[in-house]
Design a protein around this ligand. Structure first.
Ligand code: UFG
Length: 320
């Protein structure tokens, strides 16, 4: 695996800080030992993006910008379509204008909808149950059309499974605003006493212990997949989707047990009703990322729990 400075010698960040704070970037600089050129700019702001491209002449873009709360997307679909899809179109147009045609896009396993497991990149996509997931699917389709029209583009679609964990320094990790929607930040906030109880959404699925199965992946493994993808697109043209997962399914109870075992914290939880829209079980076949990107997940769920807890205890009130 190449170091970040070998793959990306000069790095700029563009963020509207809707779900983040600039202090996170100070910490990224501490971890990487590299300075970042920072721009506060919304992805829908064409003029702002053009200024960034004019000043930095990027070789490639890693596109993470997007809203990501599944439940919220069903209540506010237009906000999701406007932000995620319109914003992406503005970005792609600006890229084209500045002749920067290399992009890694942050997609999601959600694009597979209901398919047999393990999910493979060759499976059909688009049978998605919520607007958030549909934005990921549509953006993949848009990039497919962009490539069809101009095959000098080089596009990598990374289909994330369930990223959890934190950097082992405890400097950066998941710090959602308000009450977390996702399992791991909910668990760590219950463990630290900020939330009273975890509800396990459903104990009557047709799985080994009745709870849903997911493919959890350490966020540092996920970050490394981006470096591998950037290295690949810099040298090639084409469009490719890659599953970024461990290839192993763990149940909600597996995660709770691993968290309790590795941190020594007893979790207060109950088994509640199913959450609408949850699939019983899915996990990745990540062979393609291994073969074509030279990437493979290294960390197991114990490490994911340890690093989550380390981040939570070092940042009980989040990153300010
Ligand atoms: N869960 C609980 N209690 C909670 C939160 C979650 O039991 O309080 C369960 C869910 O029912 C699910 C599992 O924990 O079985 C994981 O749930 P998350 O909300 O953490 O993750 P999802 O699998 O629902 O969704 C994640 C990402 C989406 C992405 C999707 C598909 O959040 O962005 O994976 O890859 F689209």
């Amino acid at each position: 695996m190449q170091a970040i400075s070998e793959v990306i010698p000069v790095l700029s960040s563009v963020d509207n800080y809707y779900n983040s704070v600039p202090a996170v970037l100070d910490r990224v600089e501490t971890i990487t030992g590299k300075s970042l050129k920072r721009y506060e700019c919304d992805i829908r702001n064409r003029e702002g993006l053009e200024k960034v491209f004019a000043e930095t002449s990027p070789q490639a873009v890693i596109h993470f910008a997007g809203l990501k709360a599944v439940g919220e997307s069903s209540k506010l679909p237009l906000m999701y379509y406007e932000n995620n899809i319109s914003g992406s179109v503005v970005l792609f147009e600006v890229m084209e204008k500045f002749n920067c045609k290399k992009i890694v896009f942050s997609s999601s396993a959600t694009v597979y909808g209901n398919n047999p497991i393990p999910y493979k990149e060759t499976m059909p996509t688009g049978d998605v149950s919520n607007p958030y997931g549909r934005t990921k699917h549509f953006i993949e389709q848009i990039l497919g059309d962009v490539y069809k029209a101009d095959n000098t583009w080089s596009i990598s679609l990374l289909r994330y499974f369930n990223p959890i964990g934190a950097h082992e320094s405890g400097l950066i990790g998941e710090d959602p605003n308000g009450i977390p929607n996702n399992l791991m930040p909910f668990i760590s906030r219950v463990a630290i006493g900020k939330l009273p109880q975890l509800t396990v959404f459903g104990g009557d699925y047709d799985t080994k212990d009745g709870t849903c199965i997911r493919d959890y992946i350490h966020v540092v493994d996920l970050a490394k997949a981006h470096l591998c993808a950037v290295a690949k697109i810099l040298d090639t043209t084409g469009i490719n989707a890659y599953n970024i997962g461990n290839g192993v399914g763990y149940s909600v109870l597996d995660i709770i047990n691993a968290f309790e075992k590795t941190t020594g914290q007893k979790l207060n939880y109950i088994i509640g009703d199913r959450r609408a829209g949850d699939l019983p079980a899915f996990y990745a076949d990540a062979t393609k990322a291994n073969t074509e990107l030279g990437w493979k997940a290294q960390y197991d769920i114990d490490k994911m729990c340890i690093d989550t807890w380390n981040f939570q205890t070092k940042n009980p009130d989040g990153i300010k």
